[in-house]
Ligand binder design. Structure first.
Ligand SMILES: [Zn+2]
Length: 366
């Protein structure tokens, strides 16, 4: 079987293969041919699910898991069962987000827009398998490429989800796009987070996520008590920004159609006033950015003005995941735009995400 076929079969293990914890992400492929669930039994049966390496170059999750297990769980019993999803060892081997013959794994989960394929069927199977285990929570660990603080993302606004997020960071984002992510597909059933742990290879990202996983393993439950508004700064993702594929762009003083500021990623998680410049437009009549709202509508003109040779914001917004990495910009996007959700403003929150029957609406607000 060629590797691409082999990796659409689910591998399930009930133990850590010998020597696996000694391997870096690039070397996992020898033991794990594709997406793999590793089930480890702990004292409390309901597991914590941890996703790592769905994007093969985002190694912090694997580093955190292997360090956690080696720290003392070679001898101590896990306080709670742990299910590790190792997402894309084949891309990890090449230090890439995904390979050219692969879809983006974290867009293939149920609810996504990926066309039906062996991959979407595989992730549906993994999803159903995880649901059978009734997880306490699901935590999917990622890295990004720009300068970003560590933050957690939720796909649903409920106090237990926010409480879990607040154990990782006071900065929490709420997003519904992109769809087809692990956390989105699980968030209908249990508290689910995507963790953004800075850039791959940074030790403090590994330290932070390892400490968070250790704390999660010791949680008896995740309380529905209201979260203190100071504990969570919640931002709603309202739009995605792409660079027009026909536009030549660069950063700093470059002779491109559009020259973005050299350190554009310093804007990440900054609430930018109206009129903030993102760079120069050197070629007139150029519309360098395309902004899409969560329904897919082109809302570029609401957010940016390109007249007078500048890219300027037209609304108060906060970008996240701004990156200077061309490959990421082309494969994914330039950034996301966020707006603050004010906790005391109950109406706004309930309109962005109606809570299911039986959950008191006030439970989100401290
Ligand atoms: Zn990722």
């Amino acid at each position: 079987m060629n590797p691409a076929n082999q990796e659409t079969e689910l591998t399930e293990l009930d133990h850590i293969p010998d020597g696996l914890l000694e391997r870096e992400a690039t070397a996992l492929y020898n033991d794990l041919p594709g997406p793999t669930l590793i089930h480890l039994r702990g004292r409390i049966e309901r597991p914590l699910v941890v996703g790592v390496l769905q994007h093969g170059n985002e190694t912090t999750g694997w580093e955190a898991v292997r360090r956690l297990l080696k720290s003392h769980y070679d001898t101590d019993e896990l306080p709670r069962s742990l299910v590790i999803l190792v997402g894309n060892p084949r891309a990890a081997k090449h230090r890439l987000r995904r390979l050219d013959d692969q879809p983006d794994f974290n867009r293939c989960w149920p609810g996504g827009k990926e066309p039906d394929s062996a991959y979407t069927r595989l992730f549906r199977r993994i999803h159903d398998r995880l649901l059978e285990l009734r997880p306490l929570a699901c935590v999917d660990i990622h890295n990004n490429t720009g300068l970003n603080p560590h933050y957690a993302a939720v796909n649903r606004i409920r106090s237990d989800y926010l409480r879990l997020a607040s154990l990782f960071s006071t900065k929490v984002t709420y997003f519904t796009i992109p769809m087809g992510t692990l956390s989105h597909s699980m968030s209908e059933f249990c508290p689910a987070l995507t963790l953004e742990c800075g850039q791959a290879g940074e030790v403090h990202g590994t330290d932070h996520s390892m400490a968070f996983l250790e704390a999660c393993l010791h949680l008896e439950e995740i309380s529905l008590q209201p979260v203190d508004a100071d504990a969570v700064h919640l931002f709603h993702m309202v739009a995605t920004v792409n660079v027009d594929p026909d536009v030549l762009f660069g950063f700093g003083r470059v002779p491109a159609d559009v020259a973005f500021r050299e350190e554009l990623d310093l804007y990440n998680f900054e609430e930018l006033p109206v009129g903030t410049s993102w760079g120069r437009v050197n070629k007139t009549e150029t519309r360098p950015l395309v902004v899409t709202d969560n329904e897919g509508a082109d809302v570029t003109a609401d957010f940016f003005d390109f007249s007078e040779g500048e890219v300027r914001t037209r609304r108060e917004i906060m970008p996240s995941m701004l990156t200077l990495d061309r490959r990421v910009i082309q494969q994914d996007c330039l950034c996301y735009l966020m707006e603050r959700i004010h906790f005391e403003d109950n109406e706004e929150v309930t309109t962005v995400d109606p809570l299911p029957e039986g959950i008191p609406r006030s439970d989100t607000f401290g």
